[in-house]
Design a protein around this ligand. Structure first.
Ligand code: GCB
Length: 618
């Protein structure tokens, strides 16, 4: 976690002291490309609703009979000693396929929100000086990890990757990995307990035992600077990290950058971009094969080169003004019983609806970091991305631990995805009420983003103010944070949650109080697919939703500084707080497609609107 702001005036800080910028110790850039044992597949699981396996009845740690993380062969021990007391046996538990969330393990776990134990045995054959790391794509929300009976670490935060080194614990032969996953959110977590989506507790992303050489490339990035130079940075980990010869090669461009790491194992370099460089954009999502090398280690990546900046009220991609034709999306696959299991075909199906179905060029990945596969596919398919952390609604703004958790999440998300050309915006919050404590909390996050990556834009989804004089509604952003952001983003629901009738929506006047581009990070209305009502414009009918889109899109055309939108939302998604017995039944119905992929009328309204824009070249 050492690479941070090397190019941005912090080169004087020794490793680990780059300002007070927090970050994970291990990044394991593109770990999927490394030698690894895939630990997805069959695991056993056991519920522990009282968290007894962590605390026990007097709170001083579980007794022998409850330590699910130990390697004890319970069956063998109890055969030997019939009075031995064991109240678990992970080897004989129910079996489930991971990644996944317990919502799909069994019907009675539909609303389970406690601690779940998962266990998996596997064979390994460590070689020579190789190092070994357990790497989790995500565990929602807290993970307690034991390997071969030893506690190796805990991680908080449901949507970002983490890794623990287990080189010294790895056995030649059989190994046992046990993970306690706790989905419970509290008033101090990020997000807090009340959200508008399904929690999906579990081990929801790939799990791997990753091998590396003794000294390896932990972080590696390359990108196009706004000054037209290709920049690159590396950070090595291991006994040979300092003074190591390193290189970055982009063979198809005939480019090699090389040099030697400093005493902290870090290196940075740059080279003028050749004229032959094909810039990445949604219309031309060119990715280059890049090879990072250091000592015995090489690391492949596929990377696009582009610039993103704002000028006045414009957003410039590769120096040209662009309008973000977007949609918001939750991480939830199509189907009537989703589990947040994002396979490549599942992600492709959703992103193609945006790219080909809606004629879009932009996706807001709401409200938390989505899987690494999603941002990689956005690179490949050509979709610009808004990437966000779940600083959502009612965060405990005065709590230092909560702030620390949010900052770590932000760091983990950014460091995982620094090489993704698709990501143009890091967002730090959604719909958070203005106040001193909140403002300083979010300013800290904004400062972290800028310190770590000043090549992308910073935003947050804000709330608006409005007044109505003589029947005309005027809206504006009344938030001191607007001064700190590059792009202003607002969620607006006039015609659905209050505001005028649909007929009046396009008369709303949006005032510019800042010389910055604005986007609608959300607007939307619910509709049950297939529901038509003889009373036109009845809420939850498809025609109401379509009219709502017509009205809001008409309004959008009157706002000169509006430079994009990501309406709410691509697909109906599970939300336990949406319990209207007829229209919702546990689903937020603002999707343009139903949970099974049926397109609603409003889908076509937005698709036509975007097609015209695309044709007009705006
Ligand atoms: C919002 C939230 C989003 C909700 C949406 C809604 O403003 O940001 O998470 O799901 O409204 O449907 O009400």
């Amino acid at each position: 976690g050492a690479l941070s702001g090397l190019f941005f005036g912090l080169a004087a800080f020794p490793a680990g002291a780059a300002g007070d910028l927090p970050g994970p110790d291990l990044v394991l850039t593109n770990s999927a490309s490394r030698d690894h044992i895939d630990l997805t597949g069959a695991w056993t699981y056991s519920i522990d609703p009282y968290r007894d396996g962590l605390k026990s009845f007097h709170g001083n740690g579980p007794g022998l009979g409850h330590r699910r993380y130990e390697t004890t062969d319970v069956e063998a021990v109890t055969r030997e000693n019939p009075t031995a007391r064991y109240e678990y046996d992970m080897r004989r538990e129910k079996i489930v396929t991971l990644p996944g969330s317990w919502i799909n393990h069994a019907p009675e776990l539909r609303h389970y929100d406690g601690l779940m134990w998962y266990a998996r045995e596997f064979d390994a054959a460590p070689e020579g000086d190789e190092r070994a790391f357990l790497r989790f794509g995500a565990a929602n929300y807290t993970a307690h990890v034991w390997f071969n009976g030893e506690f190796v670490g805990r991680h908080d935060g449901g949507f970002t990757p983490f890794a623990f080194e287990v080189t010294d614990l790895l056995e030649d032969g059989e190994n046992l990995l046990v993970v306690g996953v706790d989905a419970q959110r509290t008033d101090q977590t990020v997000p807090p307990p009340v959200t508008d989506w399904e929690t999906y507790g579990g081990l929801t992303r790939p799990i791997r035992l990753v091998y590396t050489s003794e000294t390896f490339i932990d972080e590696a990035r390359t990108w196009l600077g706004r000054d037209g130079r290709i920049m690159a940075e590396l950070a090595l980990d291991g006994p040979g990290a300092a003074g190591q010869a390193v290189s970055v090669t982009i063979e198809s461009l005939g480019l090699t950058l090389d040099g030697r790491t400093d005493r902290n194992g870090m290196w940075q370099g740059s080279i003028a971009a050749p004229d032959t460089l094909s810039l990445w954009s949604p219309d031309n999502p060119t990715l280059y094969d890049v090879t990072f090398a250091a000592g015995d280690d090489t690391l492949p990546e596929r990377i696009g080169f582009r610039t993103i900046e704002v000028r006045g009220t414009d957003i410039l991609l590769n120096g040209e003004p662009i309008y973000l034709r977007g949609i918001s999306m939750h991480e939830e696959e199509l189907g009537s019983d989703p589990g947040r299991i994002m396979t490549e075909p599942a992600i492709r199906a959703l992103l193609s609806e945006i790219k080909d179905g809606l004629n879009g060029n932009f996706v807001r990945l709401a409200h938390y970091p989505h899987s690494e596969l999603t941002t990689r596919l956005a690179d490949e398919m050509g979709l610009l991305v808004w990437s966000e952390i779940p600083v959502y609604w009612l965060i405990d703004w005065n709590n230092d631990d909560t702030l620390a958790e949010a900052r770590m999440m932000l760091a983990e998300n950014m460091m995982r995805d620094m090489n993704r050309a698709s990501i143009i915006i890091w967002s730090v919050a959604n719909e958070t009420p203005v106040g001193d404590a909140r403002n300083s909390f979010l300013r800290k996050l904004i400062a972290d983003v800028r310190q770590r990556d000043d090549t992308r834009l910073v935003s947050a989804a804000l709330l608006t103010e409005s007044t109505t004089d003589n029947g005309t509604m005027r809206s504006w952003i009344d938030d001191p944070l607007a001064d700190d952001l590059d792009i202003l983003a607002v969620n607006t629901y006039n015609g659905w949650y209050g505001g005028p009738d649909l007929d009046g929506v396009d008369d709303i006047v949006w005032e510019a109080r800042h010389e910055k581009p604005m986007i609608f990070s959300e607007f939307g209305a619910g509709a049950l697919a297939g529901f038509a009502d003889e009373e036109a414009r009845r809420k939850f009918s498809e025609s109401f939703q379509a009219d709502y889109y017509r009205a809001t899109l008409a309004m959008s055309e009157n706002i000169p500084f509006l430079k994009g939108m990501s309406p709410w939302i691509l697909k109906d998604f599970r939300s336990p707080r949406r319990q209207h017995p007829v229209y919702q039944q546990g689903w937020n119905r603002k999707g343009l497609i139903s949970e099974t992929g049926q397109r609603k009328q409003a889908f076509h309204v937005l698709s036509d609107f975007y097609r015209e824009m695309q044709t007009a070249g705006t």
